[in-house]
Ligand binder design. Structure first.
Ligand code: NAG
Length: 319
């Protein structure tokens, strides 16, 4: 019998990670699920649906207490579910081998406007994260909840927080395969019938969803093999863009499809677009995953993926 996995989240990232785990064919997987149709699909894939929501405290505690591996890939911003998992891991029998808990945060936590432009968060400099990230940064409250729990010494678990950058490409999971940041930016342009230029010079790192899946699997394999306390913050990026590069291609592709007027002039917008963190800066560097054998596949770049993303949004009836 394989190790048991409890995965929270089967959407764009979670579903793709779930498929990656299924492909490894060595785990017994359970997935949190609140929809009967999705439960049927999960059953057909050999995944046990755990019927409930992120706020079913007792349910989450019980699954976290008993699973060998817990992957929270549902959202970076839900504190109750993090607290439930932490409580479950506190209750886990000390006779048992430590569980593994991978929580998903995001490099949005690095988008603090007062950071100097040249500041890069590399994950071999773990102390930088705690020194430089203020408590009110995006996602930080959840990350701090985990950090404190780890430091309390009460968890029978090896814990890491993975921080994906801007994720692009089409997912590989059974349900939603659409990414978030760029599609929301596309909706924003269509709503204004003109591209919005949110601070185009600022930089973010990025990664293709397929490389993000292997990042999770590489981290998981590392946590399975290590006997020491793992580093808490794990960066998973494979590229970098200035927002301008994304904006230019979105403009061209939307005009080509008549989704915005051909003569629409892009509008300079001094704000940021909060729901996508577009027009903020987030500079990060993956070091640890490479040391642990992460094989990054050469895939299309973020700009090369935009046409395909718009096609996908049209195909699923979103545009
Ligand atoms: C990600 O961005 C950082 C900071 O600008 C840079 O040092 C790093 O090389 C970038 N990663 C890749 C793969 O380009």
């Amino acid at each position: 019998m394989g190790k048991t996995v409890f995965i929270l989240g089967t959407g764009f990232i979670g579903g793709s990670v779930l498929q990656g785990l299924l492909d490894e064919n060595k785990y017994e997987i359970a997935a949190l699920c609140r929809d009967d149709k999705k439960a049927d699909k999960l059953n057909s894939l050999g995944v046990r649906p755990v019927m409930g929501t992120l706020h079913d405290d007792a349910l989450l505690q019980k699954e976290a207490e008993t699973a060998d591996i817990i992957l929270h890939v549902a959202t970076a911003d839900d504190k109750p579910s993090v607290e439930s998992i932490v409580k479950g891991l506190e209750k886990r029998s000390k006779e048992k081998a430590p569980a593994i808990y991978i929580h998903t945060s995001g490099t949005g936590v690095l988008t603090v406007p007062t950071h100097p432009k040249e500041l890069v968060f590399a994950d071999k400099s773990q102390n930088l994260f705690d020194e430089k990230i203020p408590d009110n940064a995006p996602h930080r409250e959840m990350d701090l909840t985990i950090k404190r729990a780890v430091e309390s010494g009460k968890l029978n678990a090896k814990v890491s927080i993975i921080l994906p950058p801007c994720i692009y490409g089409i997912g590989t999971g059974p349900f939603n395969r659409r990414s978030i940041q760029i599609p929301l930016y596309i909706h924003d342009a269509i709503k204004h019938n003109a591209l919005q230029l949110y601070r185009p010079q600022l930089l973010w790192n990025n990664t293709h969803i397929k490389n993000l899946v292997t990042a999770y699997l590489t981290l998981l394999a590392h946590l399975e093999s290590t006997t020491s306390t793992p580093p808490l913050y794990i960066i998973a990026e494979t590229g970098e863009h200035a927002w301008r590069e994304v904006y230019d291609i979105v403009d061209a592709e939307l005009k080509k499809r008549n989704l915005i007027s051909k003569d629409a002039e892009p509008q300079i917008n001094a704000e940021e677009y909060p729901s996508t963190e577009t027009g903020t800066q987030s500079r990060s560097k993956s070091e640890l995953l490479h040391e642990w054998g992460w094989k990054v596949e050469k895939l299309e770049s973020i700009t090369e993926s935009i046409a395909e993303t718009i096609d996908h949004m049209q195909k699923i009836g979103e545009l």
